[in-house]
Ligand binder design. Structure first.
Ligand code: SF4
Length: 52
């Protein structure tokens, strides 16, 4: 189980200094049509945009 999630998505409400994710848990999904084979085929579904 991941203890620390590092993330560069600064405009997410769960993001904190030091590239830390402060969400209790995250849900990562695939965006590939079939078997995921590339890093770019995964997405964090827990992402919520910061309101400006
Ligand atoms: S919820 Fe996902 S996108 Fe948001 S800071 Fe955490 S890992 Fe990054």
């Amino acid at each position: 189980m991941a203890q620390d999630v590092l993330c560069e998505v600064e405009n997410c409400v769960h993001w904190a200094e030091g590239n830390r994710c402060q969400a209790d848990r995250i849900y990562v999904v695939t965006n590939a049509d079939d078997l995921t084979t590339e890093q770019t085929e995964t997405d964090c579904k827990t992402f919520r945009p910061m309101e400006h």
